[in-house]
Write a protein that binds this ligand. Structure first.
Ligand SMILES: [Zn+2]
Length: 271
């Protein structure tokens, strides 16, 4: 069984600063527990769904933009049981680990020293995580070191396409994945550089030889939010024949045998 739990579905500056959609990233629970893109709220939203960061095995961060990495250090503290145990794996873009001309690293030496393994991920790299394998894929984004992945699991492949503009190679990289999670930031007719739109999602899905069983639209930006992302999802589904949904906080996707099932988790309340 592979379970994917979303701790948010928002992306972009304006959704992030208003929290009109939460921005915590998502957790893949397969042979290992892999947290992906711990943006603002990752720790708080995790506990809201009783997900204990002390049980994480690995963290993947696609790039150094704050909506993808702001909670990285605190999630590392979770994974290392409050920096008392050397454990866990961090796989992240070069910009996250080393910083770039305009950004400091997203994680301090204090935190990377607490981890068992730290890897700068480049397209084509492969990392074994338990019984699974992470194949790193490229992106074309304003952070040029941005990376995604295709995760090979016993239940088939799970693909993550983070912030990127559409490019031809995208189809080959993710053809045949069972589940594709993609940052579809903008609705139809509202293209901006370095991000995917509804039309891009359609080109991508139409061009696949073996289509996924589920396409999850993630990283909903403000324009997409107000354009009604569910309507955009319906459009994608109608023209491509691929079941398409919009991520939301508390959404759980379960892949087991022939089945892909969806659930919405109930949040717990804290005082
Ligand atoms: Zn970005």
């Amino acid at each position: 069984m592979v379970e994917i739990t979303f701790l948010g579905s928002g992306g972009g500056r304006f959704i992030t600063i208003t929290q009109m959609r939460s921005t915590g990233g998502f957790l893949i629970n397969s042979s290992v527990r892999l947290y992906v893109d711990p943006g603002p709220g990752a720790l708080v939203r995790s506990w809201r769904y009783k997900l204990d960061p002390r049980k994480l095995d690995a963290i993947f961060v696609s790039h150094r933009h704050v909506d993808h990495c702001s909670d990285l250090e605190v999630m590392v503290e979770g994974m290392t049981i409050g920096v008392t145990k050397k454990r866990g794996v961090l796989i992240a873009s070069k910009s996250v680990i080393e910083g770039d001309e305009t950004h400091t690293p997203a994680v301090s030496k204090y935190h990377t020293d607490s981890l068992e393994e730290v890897h700068v991920a480049n397209p084509g790299d492969r990392f074994v995580l338990g019984e699974d394998e992470l194949i790193i894929t490229p992106s074309i984004h304003s952070d040029p070191t941005t990376v995604g992945f295709r995760m090979r699991t016993a239940e088939g492949d799970i693909s993550y396409i983070p912030d990127t503009e559409y490019f031809e190679g995208l189809k080959e990289l993710h053809d045949g994945a069972r589940i594709v999670i993609a940052s579809v930031t903008r609705p139809q007719d509202m293209k901006i550089p370095y991000h995917l739109t509804t039309e891009d999602a359609v080109y991508f899905l139409r061009g696949l030889k073996k289509k996924p069983e589920l396409f999850v639209m993630n990283h909903v930006g403000m324009k997409m939010h107000f354009a009604n992302p569910h309507k955009e999802a319906k459009f994608i589904e109608n023209v491509t024949g691929v079941k398409t949904i919009v991520a939301k906080e508390g959404l759980k996707v379960m892949v087991h045998g022939d089945e892909v099932a969806l659930r919405t988790l109930r949040p717990v309340r804290f005082v």
